[in-house]
Design a protein around this ligand. Structure first.
Ligand code: ADP
Length: 309
């Protein structure tokens, strides 16, 4: 097993309903299908890394309610450590209300962060001890910003390498970026943050430079079905995605980030890790769902063996 890693981020329950058409304001529509399951970027990435074989400490905050039980039970079923989970006395577990038009696949989503948007400084400070034995911290932008800044500070001060997945995208301070070892935006997030449209390798270089100027050490931009752009240690290039028939690309970025973390924790370099993460994400996009579509290590290894380059 590789080094210890921490995944800090959101948990929400996804409540998905399919409908003949999306309701207008005030309209009630009879839906045709409902599905409920665990989600949230932090949780998806933690599960992906764990199933890929990483030694993950998952930190998120739940309400003391049935939705919180979904997180705890999912983690227990997967053999994950639940001892560092945080609980709110007042706020309910977060959820995402997702409506999908069954004809056009268009959706409307309302995400309520709930408990994972109320992480306090006292709670983040409890993670300080974990930083002594961890090599990497992976976090996103879905919990309250103050908690993200505090956790990144703690990690940075203890020499833990910080990986920041900039989703869902929102402004981040230069101070925060200066403590980031690796940033992993997708193309859209990279453009919103840097102002550079990432539509060619030269443009990706420009976006990477924007991050470097703010003290980020390494840059990786995910390019959907095209793979990823990496600029690290003076070397840059594209690691292509695997050609597969994608059924549901929701959570592809989560799969990728979890896979990347797992491979890095085993001592693989960023380039090798991106190959592993592309494989993990390629497997996940061939299944419906997010958390539940993350593959096990055996499947990833078999896929890599079949698709040797
Ligand atoms: P996000 O889900 O954050 O928008 P991307 O769409 O960039 O992220 O996808 C993340 C990663 O998932 C890609 O870098 C690639 O490895 C994989 N991926 C996404 N879409 C496909 C696809 N159609 N075929 C194969 N791999 C894909």
């Amino acid at each position: 097993m590789g080094s210890k890693v921490i995944v800090f981020g959101s948990f929400v329950v996804d409540l998905m309903g399919r409908t003949p058409h999306l309701p207008a304001a005030g309209e009630t529509v009879k839906g045709s299908m409902f599905k409920m399951g665990p989600g949230g970027k932090g949780f998806n990435q933690g599960v992906a890394a764990h199933k890929a074989g990483a030694d993950v400490t998952m930190i998120t905050k739940l309400g003391k309610d049935t939705f919180g039980d979904i997180a705890v039970n999912t983690m227990k079923d997967l053999g994950m450590d639940t001892s560092k989970l945080l609980f709110s006395e007042e706020t309910e577990t977060g959820c995402a209300l997702i409506m999908v038009d069954e004809n056009t696949s268009q959706n409307e989503i309302v995400v309520i962060s709930g408990a994972c948007g109320t992480i306090t400084e006292e709670e983040t400070s409890r993670t300080a001890g974990l930083m002594d034995s961890a090599e990497y911290l992976l976090t996103q932008l879905e919990t309250n910003m103050s908690s993200i800044e505090q956790v990144i500070n703690l990690a940075y001060n203890k020499g833990v390498k910080v990986i920041l997945n900039t989703a869902p995208v929102q402004p981040v301070t230069d101070e925060l970026l200066s403590k980031v070892w690796l940033v992993t935006p997708n193309e859209v997030e990279a453009e919103i943050l840097t102002g550079v449209k990432v539509d060619s390798e030269e443009q990706a270089d420009k976006a990477a430079l924007w991050f470097f100027e703010r003290g980020v050490k390494n840059v990786l931009i995910t390019l959907g079905g095209r793979g990823v752009y990496i600029n690290a240690d003076g070397k840059k290039g594209i690691v292509p995605a695997y050609k597969v028939k994608a059924i549901d690309t929701t959570g592809a970025g989560d799969a990728f980030n979890g896979g990347l973390l797992a491979a890095l924790s085993e001592g693989k370099d960023l380039w090798e890790s991106a190959v592993f993460a592309n494989a993990l994400a390629a497997l996940s996009v061939q299944k419906l769902g997010t958390t539940m579509s993350m593959p096990y290590r055996e499947e990833i290894d078999a896929f890599l063996e079949e698709n040797k380059r």
